[in-house]
Design a protein around this ligand. Sequence first.
Ligand code: AMP
Ligand code: MG
Length: 502
Amino acid sequence: MPSSTAGSAMRSPIWPFQQSYAQLPDHFFARAPLHPVSNPRLIRLNEPLALELRLDPDHLGSPAGIAVLAGNNFPDGLHPIALAYAGHQFGNFVPQLGDGRAALLGEVVDMHGVRRDIQLKGSGPTRFSRNGDGRAALGPVLREYVVSEAMAALGIPTTRSLAAVLTGDPVYRERQLPGAVLTRVAASHIRIGTFQYFAARNDVEALKLLCDYAIQRHFPEAARKPRPYLALLEAVIAAQAELVARWMLLGFIHGVMNTDNMSISGETIDYGPCAFMDSYDPQAVFSSIDQHGRYAYGNQPRVAVWNLARFAETLLPLLSEREGESISQAEQALGEFHARYEAILHRGFRAKLGLLNEADGDLDLANDLLDVMARGRADFTLTFRLLGDDLDIPGAQATARRLFEDPGPFDAWSMRWRNRLARDGSATSTRKAAMHGSNPKFIPRNHRVETMIKAAVEDDDFRIFEQLLAVVSRPFEEQPTLSYYAKPPKPHERVLQAFCGT
Ligand code: AMP
Ligand code: MG
């Protein structure tokens, strides 16, 4: 971003924050007040990420650093902010949400020259808290830490976790729980709901400023297009299509795809009742509050289009002076989602099946495997991983077939797949390496996440957290001594619901 909009210059060599978002007009945000906690205790600091952000891990881990990460002390001269936004929650429009429990400390420019937000989540109430306490419970903080870091290691665009701190204060949910603060790192915290906030107020001037800011920060090439706001819409649609396709390829279910939880940068954001599927089921839902399966695995691409249509609506006044023309531009842009989504999905499934060249029928082959998996209640992640392991094993002894309740249909599918591979003509070792680079062995499985949370919350024991985090940070590696974490749940271990955890 050019220096003219880079925000106030860095104030402290230790906390080299800039605040470009805070340069926007006052009604874009509210000052986040300081709400000190009793007894901050560092759970985990992400040192490699700190270095990537050009922050000093030694300082972050010192009492002075932990005080900042707990929201007990803001660096000198820094005024953290809570961002205003609106959003459709489960289809219902709420004109004012906003950061009710988060404080944006500022932005840093990382080692790659990318501007990134550093935000505390769970740091106390703000003007947007409504009836909430502004706090976060330990369990959801640890879940977000592990799952977001796993997503990053899997190569999925995502917010990151820089630190988790215990506050020493209880929070009250269904019961009393330890409180914690997560330090979240994001390309930005601009959501579809941010645009909706201003659109709902007919504040076209603010919308224009927000678009210009978003273009400059995320899609600078759009500024050079004949219609920059249309180019912004197209870029956000492309980023979301790619993101959701990549979720689908990993069996990831976001769980709360409300428009306030959709970042326009195309990063996965707001890890609440999210989950990776164990056995393949397109209808899989984990969120305890998603009674009708709105955000089920198989609905995610459709929901993304619905959300993007809400985004497009906010831009109508900026696309053209004539409403009819704006609408047709927006519709045309939305119409591009499907082709982009499918292209990434198809390419991804081909890679997951080890098909290095493209041929007719590849998509049917992938879809037929999914059907067989659904009928055989086979584990999504392991089926693909074991296909790679099985490349040099005769079909009848293949390990993947063990995952299916009735291996018959899988065997029939496997014959077709092996015939197709024979026509693909590359060395088995090359294919195996490629497949193992697309099909993770380790995901943060729900039952392991729950066990990890229980140990931390009930026994103040963070060893499972550390181990799970280490395992899922290298998801494509064999890690034979930790195979335990690759195993699907036994029937009694199955987690059926994840709670929103606010
Ligand atoms: P989420 O479900 O985390 O995406 O949050 C939806 C909205 O509720 C956002 O505006 C949050 O800031 C707000 N919110 C969630 N939990 C709390 C809390 N404990 N205190 C205040 N606001 C909250
Ligand atoms: Mg949210």
